[in-house]
Write a protein that binds this ligand. Structure first.
Ligand code: ATP
Ligand code: MG
Length: 435
């Protein structure tokens, strides 16, 4: 019989590899990033969209393409136990946004500019800048076919980097042309790689006829020479495709956004056409792509909607935060730390603190710890460590006189004063308007 006084020790559980807890104080940096994104999206009039984490597997297979890294090996897929539906944790969110736009006829009245932030899931080898649950900021402009929208979303991503203080980042851009142009290029690529069949690794040989464009992505050193000599897509672009790219570049130039044409930039997904781009840094090792996107005029049709052009991007939040470093996202400090010496005073202390919070101050209250309120010295230490600008002391003398002592913690020149409890709201307002 087990002794009820000593239950068996439960096994310690940990998070899944590659899926991270985001803890304070780091979570404050995430919130600051999210705040910056929301302000930026308002400035560009992009509206927020929130779609489910789980979608039908078919959406990603059809949307992203069967012969892509994501669909072939990175998706977290499972069967619904109740009805056998094949489901997938979203590895990206463009397909989900497009599905929602079709399902709810979001384009009934012309184009729609949308943005999202949230977790994505890919079964990859976890390493710096590469996780199994990671987070993306994304912008999608649906129903717009003109180059001015390609430029708008690029300007927006660029502005976000600027606002975040990320300057050592390069914008690379390319055009994938239209499907018929890609097909002509595809045939030429197959012919080229077939002529050099002996240098292709098994992966490349397997993909050669399935998706030869993907061979250009290969990092295999032995294949770089033959990749370098491969026919370039740009040589197959017609006048309209070239004019589209030129128009995008003209807008970027007019706005002082530096860019590099990279004719080998093909992106890992099937749904892109015309403009594709990446914001790349050398500071994150091989995980250097911070933001990636492009035009996807055929995705709507591919997942069952009426044809509609679209352009967008996604940015990896972990990579952005790593680039920004520790200091850059300054988060608002705590305004008040409340010191309390008698548990009997909590009703009145709470009453007072509620008023301060209504005035917009951030307030943290000393609570009972290990069965008792800590001594006043220890409370002052905690107040100091909290980073609060003011300590409010609700001691027994103060309570008897219906006042509170206000002590500035970060400015020794400000004298400590007692304020009547029914006048703390005025003090809080004066503090707010002084900021
Ligand atoms: P990579 O070449 O690094 O694998 P990708 O082409 O697979 O990137 P996209 O699908 O275009 O990436 O996603 C857009 C952005 O999301 C990337 O540029 C990156 O910042 C971020 N991202 C993608 N996969 C991960 C991951 N596993 N962990 C963290 N961030 C990621
Ligand atoms: Mg990838």
């Amino acid at each position: 019989m087990t002794n009820p006084a000593t239950p068996p020790k439960a096994e310690k559980l940990s998070a899944i590899k590659g899926m991270n807890d985001i803890l304070p104080p780091d979570s404050a940096r995430w919130e600051a990033l999210e705040d910056t994104v929301r302000r930026l999206m308002r400035a560009y009039a992009y509206e927020n969209i929130r779609t489910p984490i789980v979608e039908h597997t078919a959406l990603f297979v059809r949307g992203l393409g069967e012969v892509t890294d994501i669909v072939e090996k990175e998706m977290y897929s499972f069967e619904d136990k109740l009805n056998g539906d094949k489901l997938t944790m979203r590895p990206e969110n463009t397909a989900g946004v497009v599905r929602a736009a079709i399902e709810h006829s979001l384009l009934y009245n012309g184009g729609k500019r949308l943005y999202y932030m949230g977790p994505m899931f890919r079964h990859e080898r976890p390493q710096r800048g590469r996780y199994r649950q990671f987070h993306q900021i994304g912008a999608e402009a649906l129903g717009f076919g003109g180059p001015e929208l390609d430029a708008e979303v690029i300007l927006m991503a660029h502005a976000l980097c600027q606002r975040l203080g990320i300057t050592d980042i390069e914008l690379q851009i390319n055009s994938l042309g239209q499907p018929h142009e890609r097909n002509a290029h595809r045939s030429a690529l197959i012919a080229h790689f077939e002529a050099h069949h002996d240098v292709l690794d098994p992966e490349a040989q397997r993909r050669l006829h399935l998706n030869p464009l993907r061979l250009l992505d290969s990092k295999n050193p032995a294949m770089q020479e033959v990749i370098g000599a491969a026919p370039k897509l740009i040589e197959f672009l017609g006048e309209a495709s070239k004019a589209h790219l030129a128009a995008v570049l003209e807008i970027l130039d007019a706005n002082g956004v530096a860019h590099t044409l990279n004719h080998r930039l093909v992106r890992g997904l099937d749904y892109y056409n015309l403009t594709v781009f990446e914001f790349v840094t050398t500071r994150l090792g091989s995980q250097g792509t911070v933001c990636a996107g492009g035009r996807y005029d055929y995705l709507m049709e591919q997942v069952g909607g009426k044809p509609a052009p679209a352009v967008g991007w996604a940015m990896g939040m972990e990579r952005v935060l790593e680039l920004i470093g520790e200091q850059a996202l300054v988060t608002a400090p705590l305004d008040v730390y409340a010191l309390v010496t008698d548990v009997a005073d909590f009703p009145r202390v709470h009453q007072c603190l509620q008023q301060l919070r209504q005035c917009g101050l951030s307030v943290q209250m000393q609570a009972v710890a290990d069965g008792a309120l800590p001594g006043i010295k220890s409370q002052f230490k905690r107040a100091d460590a909290s980073g609060a600008r003011y300590a409010l002391i609700f001691g027994s003398d103060e309570m008897a006189d219906r006042v509170v002592t206000v002590k500035a913690l970060r400015d020794a020149s400000v004298a400590q004063v007692r304020r009547p409890l029914d006048a703390v709201a005025q003090w809080a307002y004066s503090l707010q308007s002084a900021d």
